[in-house]
Write a protein that binds this ligand. Structure first.
Ligand code: HEC
Ligand code: HEC
Length: 438
């Protein structure tokens, strides 16, 4: 792909010329996006929105590469499906039940995992759909490659929307008269399972999110975030070591390297090492199908990415989630086990939870209480301005819980206990050469 675009962070409009997979796409400030097939035979136009600061034109071009931005008509059909409880077996659960658009597209179950039909609980916490269009894979373990593949799964999952087969879903949707015209118009036929997934994915491809106070700060507004948050940003990149996994750059401003790491969340479960031992024993037999069966048994969910790759190095590894909108998408981690961003900081400050597969990027940090406060303040600046009110409520709620700190272990974080080796030295500004990493 070749692209000549304007800078990412900054003005509200985007101009870019992008060549994606043989078609030339020209977009100009907030206007029309034209896509001309390389054969020159077919041309179509769809409206592309002006991208807010913090949304990368390069990632956007990749995310909508197949045929350009979704038409409004298709996205509206997708949104209706996304919010429609009739997609579930007993008309009780919609995608929006667990990914509530008004609440940052998550379900905010305190300390718990999401609930589907009949109130059944899965093993995992619902991540936000905001910016999911930019992920190279979907789910905490990356087991779905595209939004289309992803959308087909919860509808059929027995503890989510509970439908028994794609045919049953298609028959039900075809029987809902308020959908007949929309599917005919968008796809030129009665609904198929692929069409349902395509429409939902089209809606999700309109859920890009930027324009946070932090984006406005990077764009040059020094007053957009507090001094405390600015210190937090410096710690994020420095002493906190966060950016090694929550990678951030102008082309990929997601705060995620899109990779999978064991940071020790799964190791909270007492039998984690025993689970790993059993899974490795099965792997040695070469019976891959049996591993897939293990994946379906709830407790093995903690093995994470391993269940997808069957690589022992991936035991207990999960996706470095985007930190965009993190203030409004609690509780945190794949199992929703951390209630506040202070809990998250306590987890990292002590170097995670030791286990045989812990990522090498996890080390105790020795952050002081005020440095932790700085980093939490910064994370609350990553929320899209459309959710500013909800963000303020969440910040107040989490602040009220600040003195309840089950994950805190200052002795380990500061190196008076445990076996985490020496802390990285604080930078010596007078003589940088003594630490060699400036
Ligand atoms: C019962 C609650 C529930 C329902 C209903 C539900 N989801 Fe989810 N969703 C989850 C959970 C939990 C995960 C994480 C599962 C995992 O990683 O294994 C998830 C993950 C996702 C992801 C991946 C995001 C990421 O960051 O990787 C997307 C996208 C998504 N859901 C969209 C949908 C759509 C579309 C529907 C409706 C067709 C839907 N969900 C229905 C709970 C739900
Ligand atoms: C070694 C890689 C790595 C490092 C270093 C790292 N993270 Fe993470 N982060 C992850 C992974 C992987 C997850 C998801 C883990 C899980 O759910 O099991 C995650 C999850 C999170 C979450 C919760 C996301 C959500 O949607 O629930 C927050 C917040 C977070 N990290 C912040 C930070 C901060 C702040 C730092 C630095 C102090 C940091 N991370 C350092 C890899 C890392």
């Amino acid at each position: 792909m070749w692209t000549s675009g304007r800078r990412l962070i900054g003005g509200a409009c985007v101009s870019a010329i992008v060549i994606v997979a043989g078609s030339l796409v020209v977009s100009f400030s907030g206007g029309l996006l034209r896509s001309v097939q390389s054969g020159g035979l077919e041309a179509h136009a769809a409206t592309t929105p002006p991208l807010p600061p913090g949304v990368s034109p390069e990632l956007y071009a990749l995310a909508v590469a197949r045929g350009g931005p979704p038409t409004q008509e298709l996205a509206a059909l997708g949104e209706k499906l996304f919010r429609d409880k009739r997609l579930s077996v007993d008309d009780s659960v919609a995608c929006a039940t667990c990914h509530d658009p008004a609440q940052g597209f998550t379900d905010h179950r305190p300390g718990a995992t999401s609930a589907g039909v009949g109130g059944q609980r899965g093993q995992r916490n619902a991540p936000t759909v905001l910016n999911a269009m930019f992920h190279t894979s979907q789910f905490w373990d990356g087991r779905a490659a595209t939004l289309e593949d992803q959308a087909k799964l919860p509808i059929l999952n027995p503890i989510e929307m509970g439908q028994s087969s794609p045919d049953v879903v298609v028959a039900k949707v075809r029987g809902l008269s308020d959908y007949t015209a929309a599917f005919q118009s968008a796809f030129g036929r009665a609904a198929t399972y692929d069409d349902i997934a395509a429409a939902i994915a089209a809606f999700e491809r309109t859920q890009y999110s930027g324009n946070s106070p932090f984006d406005r700060f990077l764009a040059g507004d020094a007053t957009a975030i507090s001094d405390q948050a600015k210190r937090g940003w410096a710690l994020f990149q420095g002493k906190g070591r966060c950016s090694s996994c929550h990678a951030f750059n102008s082309v990929s401003p997601l705060f995620s390297d899109q990779k999978f790491h064991n940071i020790g969340i799964a190791a909270h479960k007492q039998n984690f090492t025993e689970l790993a031992r059993k899974a490795l024993a099965v792997l040695k037999t070469g019976d891959i199908q049996q591993i897939d069966e293990l994946a379906l048994q709830t407790q093995y969910s903690e093995l994470g990415r391993f269940l997808v790759t069957k690589s022992p190095a991936d035991i207990g590894a999960f996706k470095s989630e985007t930190l965009r909108n993190i203030g409004i998408t609690g509780p945190y981690m794949h199992d929703g086990s951390l209630t506040t961003l202070w809990d998250v900081m306590d987890h990292y400050n002590k170097g995670g939870v030791p286990n045989p597969f812990l990522d090498g990027g996890m080390e105790r940090l020795g952050l002081s209480e005020s440095e932790i406060d700085d980093m939490v303040a910064w994370m609350f600046t990553l929320t899209d301005t459309r959710y500013a009110d909800f963000n303020a409520l969440e910040q107040a709620r989490q602040t009220s819980l600040k003195n309840n700190r089950p994950q805190r272990d200052t002795e380990i974080a500061e190196g008076r206990k445990g076996h985490f080796g020496d802390l990285a030295p604080n930078p010596d500004v007078r003589n940088p050469a003594t630490i060699g990493v400036y």
